[in-house]
Design a binder for this molecule. Structure first.
Ligand SMILES: [Fe+2]
Ligand SMILES: [Fe+2]
Length: 156
């Protein structure tokens, strides 16, 4: 890896940029699912987004960032990492329900699952931005952050 690369990449910064993108799409989902009429096309677009962008984002955390934080002594069980993993699973369950609801054209369930995803992910992202990522920045060196950024890119 070249020196220039080390200066350019920081996995926490890149994951935070992902969060901004996810939050934007959650706003669109809210507009689509919380109005007087549900915009099913837009809800479907959100499902595509979650598979192609949000899910890979969670994978970067689960497969690259969190294991590295555990190595640095941040515990998985009974700590923030365990909570984040549990919330990723909860989100996946809501997404499964939302898919089923779309297939069945069940509007009240589409709305309920969409709102559940929105509130869960907004809260989840706030916790990562305000609590877990600052912890990560304390225990990871600049070089670690750069190495992790490269490993995250390789997951894509
Ligand atoms: Fe996460
Ligand atoms: Fe995240």
């Amino acid at each position: 890896m070249s020196k220039t690369c080390e200066h350019q990449h920081n996995c926490i910064k890149e994951l935070k940029t992902d969060h901004e993108e996810i939050l934007k799409k959650l706003d669109l989902l809210k507009k689509a699912a919380d109005g007087s009429e549900i915009d099913k096309k837009q809800v479907k677009e959100f499902l595509h987004f979650t598979e192609t962008f949000a899910e890979p984002h969670h994978k970067k955390e689960e497969e690259v960032l969190f294991p590295e934080l555990e190595k640095k002594g941040i515990p998985k069980e009974g700590g923030p990492i365990g909570v984040m993993l549990l919330e990723h699973e909860k989100k996946r369950n809501h997404v499964r329900k939302l898919k089923e609801a779309l297939n069945e054209d069940n509007e009240s369930q589409i709305k309920e699952s969409s709102l559940a995803i929105i509130s869960l992910l907004q809260d989840h992202i706030n916790k990562e931005n305000d609590c877990l990522y600052p912890m990560a920045e304390e225990v990871l060196s600049k070089e670690d952050l750069s190495n992790l950024a490269h490993r995250c890119q390789q997951l894509k």
